[in-house]
Design a protein around this ligand. Structure first.
Ligand code: NDP
Length: 378
């Protein structure tokens, strides 16, 4: 193949894949910049994070809900003023995907390089390298790197969740443009995922005690997971519904809503109970004083039904997001299937961490609550 035909093929591939243009790069950078300004500028509750090995704590500013509201108003006003159309994100989805993907690779390399050279000895910034480049790049080398006063790990998860929200808004607008209105399956998918994101930001402080925040280093895995995986794969049902029109009976829709509410109750209830217990170990659980193992591990409420009931709730929720798409294709079930595998793996990793940390207490907890995620099954 001559050089000229090589470049011609490469150009065709770029066109087919929707390669990033300056426009998409500008959109991504502007989005992150505005979010960073809102993060710094808006008031928010300051929440102390988990106690680190060196007995220090990171303090997180929780103003994501307000940021999301302001960004939503700005996004819709911009469209009303005809600066762009609401459908623009959905129309440029593939290009934005590749732009964000490349951005993640570049940023994670910078963070890996900066983190590897850190001379700071604190638990947050001390480099924790294995020496295997691929491992360290993927899993990261520092627990809580920051930039201009912003905790990068906390920031990227916010950026990803909001990205999913705006992608969904745009997908909804695109369906209205094509069909003239939203179909029932799209209304259900939009409502469920919107409630999930709003709930995430309403209870933003609960994030501060999650595994990602307290235990994972910040590397390509989290950067890619937050910025690419969350917005672009969690929205697959929405993309799919743009191209397909499954028929949903009233009965099926009501059942779908019930499954969503059930998943939400378990997911939110379990996470809330753990968070309240960590803040105040005497907080009532389902109206009763909490039962514990060694006063450290909660055995009441959802945490007495399975050791990771919060994962069970999340998996039920994820299925409820896909059920509006019917049963004609597996594609819209990508998210729940992925989450099922991820949480099974995560539970094993968390289990190993807790065994190491709580030792005999954990063994006793496992005896008292034998089920990992699914009561009476697993
Ligand atoms: P958890 O919020 O379950 O946190 C696990 C930690 O909680 C443990 O390491 C331990 O930490 C503490 N813990 C465990 N059992 C008990 C107990 N009985 N009593 C008191 N403390 C306990 O895990 P995640 O951070 O993984 O998940 C948080 C939420 O995020 C979940 O609902 C999950 O479904 C969701 N999630 C969603 C994802 C998605 O892609 N949609 C991906 C990942 C998570 P300690 O050392 O502090 O005691």
């Amino acid at each position: 193949m001559g050089l000229a035909s090589f470049w011609a093929t490469a150009a065709e591939a770029r066109q087919f894949l929707g390669s990033p243009s300056r426009h998409e790069v500008a959109v991504l950078l502007c989005y992150l910049l505005i979010l960073a300004l809102l993060d710094r500028g808006l008031p928010g509750r300051i929440v102390p994070g988990a106690l680190l090995e060196d007995k220090t704590r990171i303090h997180y500013k929780c103003n994501g809900f307000l940021s999301l509201l302001l960004l939503s108003v700005a996004f819709t006003m911009g469209a009303a003023m005809r600066l762009y159309s609401l459908e623009v994100i959905a129309e440029k989805g593939v290009e934005l995907f590749f732009t964000t993907l490349i951005f993640c690779f570049l940023v994670s390399l910078i963070i890996y390089t900066a983190g590897s050279g850190s001379k700071i000895k604190s638990s947050s910034l001390r480099p924790r390298k294995t020496g295997n480049f691929l491992h360290d790049w993927w899993f990261g080398v520092q627990l809580n790197p920051g930039f201009l006063g912003i905790d990068l790990k906390f920031f990227t998860i916010k950026a990803g969740m909001m990205g999913w929200f705006f992608l969904n808004l745009s997908i909804g607008a695109k369906q209205i443009q094509i069909e003239g209105s939203l179909t029932l399956p799209m209304i259900l998918y939009q409502a469920f995922s919107m409630i999930y994101v709003l709930d995430f930001f309403w209870f933003e402080e609960y994030m501060t005690s999650t595994w990602d925040i307290i235990a994972e280093n910040f590397g390509l895995m989290l950067i890619f997971g937050d910025l690419v995986w969350i917005p672009f794969t969690f929205s697959i049902q929405g993309w799919w519904l743009l191209a397909h029109k499954p028929v949903l009976t009233k009965f099926a829709a009501i059942l779908n809503v019930i499954i969503f509410i059930l998943g939400y109750a378990v997911f939110r209830g379990a996470n809330m109970q753990k968070h309240l217990f960590k803040k105040d170990p005497t907080s009532l659980i389902w109206g009763q004083p909490p039962k514990t193992v060694g006063e450290k591990l909660l055995v009441s409420g959802y945490w007495g039904i399975a050791r990771h009931c919060n994962y069970l709730g999340d998996i039920i929720l994820a299925f409820s997001f896909s059920l509006p798409c019917g049963a004609s294709s597996l594609v819209p079930y990508f998210y729940p299937l992925y989450l099922f595998i991820l949480l099974l793996w995560r539970e094993r990793r968390d289990e190993a961490r807790c065994k190491e940390k709580y030792k005999d207490l954990w063994v006793e907890y496992c005896k008292t609550v034998p089920w990992r995620i699914f009561p009476y099954l697993y």
